[in-house]
Design a protein around this ligand. Structure first.
Ligand SMILES: CC(C)(COP(=O)(O)OP(=O)(O)OC[C@H]1O[C@@H](n2cnc3c(N)ncnc32)[C@H](O)[C@@H]1OP(=O)(O)O)[C@@H](O)C(=O)NCCC(=O)NCCS
Length: 248
């Protein structure tokens, strides 16, 4: 399967309803309470060149989407609304979409901190590869409008009870200041690179074992937070409960 991943524009606005439908189906399946996206909002993101859209090359079916949004007067940028059509999952498509959304965010807002809130392990993997680090919520934007977006989440109670310090989501952040003190990272759209497979496999297995530990830790955290709101579950039951905000 091959995909075309590109910056969305006016010619894509007629896909907005389909994209919202994919988001809604997925939110229902995951049991999250994320508000249904308004197709008009998605259309405007496309018109403004602030969205990434993907198509499967043979069928030309819309395969995935993501948009960028600024908070705190442009000091922060979030890549939100990531969705991959269930027909095309686990083929590396979200990775490609997030790479382009990240590059687009860096091009448009080179000094902004890029962040996300998620319960999704694949998204955490992708973010880690892009250079995001897990952070406490206090390091994310304090823009009230952003946090208002959590109100429709089934776990909002946990967020308010902890005075916005903890919830099931993990906050992840990329701060451009990190690279200024280090190596310059390109803000160009990603190009296909030759891959040293042996090295890639080694790196992947190292990263994967770290993420397994992290996933376990996340479940333990969820058990504790659920207990706070009177729900007793064990770690194996956590996945069955609607957990998560995921990318707002
Ligand atoms: C989360 C989602 C975007 C992932 O899309 P995808 O195209 O399947 O992801 P990719 O194929 O690019 O996978 C990225 C990484 O996660 C891993 N992965 C994918 N699905 C996984 C799963 N269910 N469990 C564990 N790891 C998984 C992949 O192996 C890959 O890791 P690798 O680079 O080490 O090989 C997709 O499942 C989705 O649309 N879910 C519903 C909406 C959602 O949760 N959005 C996220 C909002 S933050």
């Amino acid at each position: 399967m091959s995909f075309t991943v590109q910056i969305a524009n006016e010619s894509h606005v007629h896909y907005a309803e389909k994209i919202c439908e994919l988001m809604e189906i997925s939110a229902k399946q995951r049991g999250t309470g994320i508000a249904k996206r308004d197709p008009e909002y998605i259309k405007n993101k496309m018109r403004d060149g602030k969205a990434i859209i993907a198509f499967e090359d043979q069928s030309l079916i819309v395969a995935g989407f993501c948009y960028i949004e600024t908070w705190g007067h442009g000091k922060y940028v979030a890549n939100s609304g990531l969705i991959v059509n269930h027909e095309f999952r686990q083929s590396g498509l979200a990775t490609k979409i997030k790479e382009q959304a990240f590059a687009l965010s860096r091009q448009k807002y080179p000094d902004a901190k890029v962040f996300g809130l998620t319960t999704s392990l694949p998204v955490m993997k992708i973010n880690s590869d892009l250079g995001y680090k897990p952070v406490t919520f206090s390091e994310l934007t304090d823009d009230e409008q952003f946090w208002k977006g959590c109100q429709s989440c089934v776990n909002y109670d946990i967020l308010t009870r902890t005075s916005r310090k903890h919830c099931l989501c993990t906050g992840m952040l990329f701060d451009p200041a990190w690279e200024k003190s280090n190596v310059e990272v390109s803000t160009e759209m990603p190009k296909i690179k030759s891959i040293n497979h042996e090295r890639k496999e080694k790196e992947q297995s190292k990263r994967y074992s770290k993420l397994k530990v992290y996933n376990r830790w996340m479940k333990r955290k969820a058990v504790i937070l659920f207990k706070m709101i009177g729900i007793n579950v064990n770690e194996s039951e956590v996945d069955k409960i609607g957990s998560g905000q995921s990318g707002k």
